[in-house]
Design a protein around this ligand. Structure first.
Ligand SMILES: N=CN[C@@H](CCC(=O)O)C(=O)O
Ligand SMILES: [Zn+2]
Length: 427
């Protein structure tokens, strides 16, 4: 007899998924497979078959089934992928909201020793166990809202001990939590107070000491830099990203978030996997991204929270055929939310992205932005069986009805990990 299936889901009202393993740009972002009356079969954590119910049942034959779920007509999509978060940190920064309301800008707060620097002192003081516990709870919440893979940056240490502590927490969570956690080293998130008058010494320390240590301890897959006016210039960012590349860490860039700083151009030049934020990217920058096959990761939650105009998604998709991904940017300063569903609603209302483009942006394109396009982001045979049963009939409803959790059930690698807002994936 053929091997047993771990999971069979039938009665899916509509299965909607992108196709393939590489990012979709321009019109390709709107081209999804939409299958009524569908089913999914999974074995050993991976999709065996996904498509019209009668075809899946015929392919499955009389194989024994471990768990059989009836989707009761619900919409099913691939699990959501959050391609940009600052998952591991201590504390919160609600007091800054009042400062901002009184007219102080994000960069002014940072220059006065607050902002990122405040979270740096909190995180330096926190124990690894406390950081783990806080981030674990965050992952539970994200998973109940449909997220099945998360990127996690360091960057609240700005010295080796704490950067390592953050990255070790992310690695431990990847091992122990059902969420897949992809780590990024962001030692260049700000110039630490100790180096205020000699930023080049800090750049050298990140490039020559921390990057090799991250690579030797296999603590991250990516290296990121906050390339921004008053933070790290494009020249200093280049030094760090090139060092990362020499040590096998693929580049990512916080690019042109608050001012045009040459971040997009730099991302293309160093062969970055993604350029993130891009609110102020120039036309040349966007052209360079398109030519360089860089995924544009847009973070409307940050624009919303900082009172900025969001990145020009329509122009990126229509004029430059860029592959756009969307992420929460979950962090205590500029986007304190775990909800990719809220980000999806913002992308429609504030950036005029269509529901189909949005779904591609939080699944396949986001998977590619974290180097996992071969493994997840679509529901196709061989990929991880990561998917969400939504309390909805179509993708339009997901982005239209905002501010609530539409996830009825979440499946990660063939296992049920969340049901009706409750995390049930503890192992
Ligand atoms: N811009 C830099 N980093 C984060 C904010 C981090 C913080 O404020 O703590 C971001 O992506 O928005
Ligand atoms: Zn960020």
């Amino acid at each position: 007899m053929e091997e047993a299936l771990d999971l069979l889901v039938t009665g899916i009202g509509r299965l909607v998924t992108a196709k393939g393993t590489s990012p979709k740009g321009g019109k390709g972002m709107g081209m999804l497979k939409s299958i009524p009356k569908a089913a999914i079969a999974a074995r050993a954590g991976r999709v065996v078959a996904a498509g019209p119910e009668e075809e899946v049942l015929a392919a499955v034959g009389d194989r024994p089934v471990g768990r059989w779920l009836d989707a009761a007509g619900r919409l099913v999509t691939p699990g959501l992928i959050d391609a940009h978060t600052h998952l591991v940190h201590a504390g919160s920064r609600e007091h800054e909201l009042t400062l901002k309301l009184h007219g102080m800008s994000y960069l002014e707060i940072l220059a006065a020793g607050g902002g990122i620097q405040r979270t740096v002192s909190d995180t330096r003081r926190a124990s690894q166990a406390d950081l783990y516990e806080k981030a674990r709870r965050t992952l539970d919440v994200m998973m109940t809202m449909g997220t099945t893979t998360v990127e996690a940056k360091s960057g609240y240490g700005l010295e080796w001990e704490t950067e390592r502590k953050q990255l070790r927490v992310a690695r431990e969570l990847n091992r122990r939590h059902p969420m897949d956690v992809v780590s990024t080293f962001l030692g260049a998130h700000a110039v630490p107070g100790e180096y205020r008058d000699r930023p080049d010494d800090y750049v050298a320390q990140v490039a020559e000491e921390m990057v090799p240590a991250v690579a030797r301890e296999k603590l991250a897959e990516f290296c990121d830099v906050f390339c921004e006016q008053g933070v790290f210039s494009a020249e200093r960012s280049r030094v760090i990203l090139e060092a990362g590349r020499r040590w096998g860490l693929r580049p990512k860039v916080h690019a042109d978030e608050l001012a045009a700083t040459g971040g997009a151009e730099l991302a293309a030049e160093v062969g970055a996997v993604s350029a993130d934020h891009l609110l102020h990217a120039t036309e040349e920058g966007l052209r360079a991204l398109a030519q360089g096959d860089v995924v544009a990761v847009l973070l409307p939650g940050t624009a919303f929270f900082l009172g900025e105009t969001p990145a020009p998604a329509r122009k990126m998709i229509d004029e430059f055929a860029l592959p756009v991904a969307l992420a929460t940017d979950y962090n205590p300063g500029s986007s304190p939310t775990e909800s990719l569903q809220l980000i999806m609603a913002m992308a429609a209302a504030m950036m005029r992205m269509t529901p189909e483009e949005i779904l591609t942006a939080v699944t396949l394109n986001a998977a590619c932005a974290v180097g996992k396009g071969e493994e997840t982001g679509t529901l196709e045979p061989g990929k991880w069986a990561d998917f969400v049963l939504w309390e909805a009939e179509n993708p339009e409803y997901l982005v239209y009805r905002f501010g609530m959790n539409h996830a009825h059930a979440v499946v990660k690698k063939g296992h049920l990990v969340a049901v009706e807002g409750r995390f049930v994936g503890r192992v």
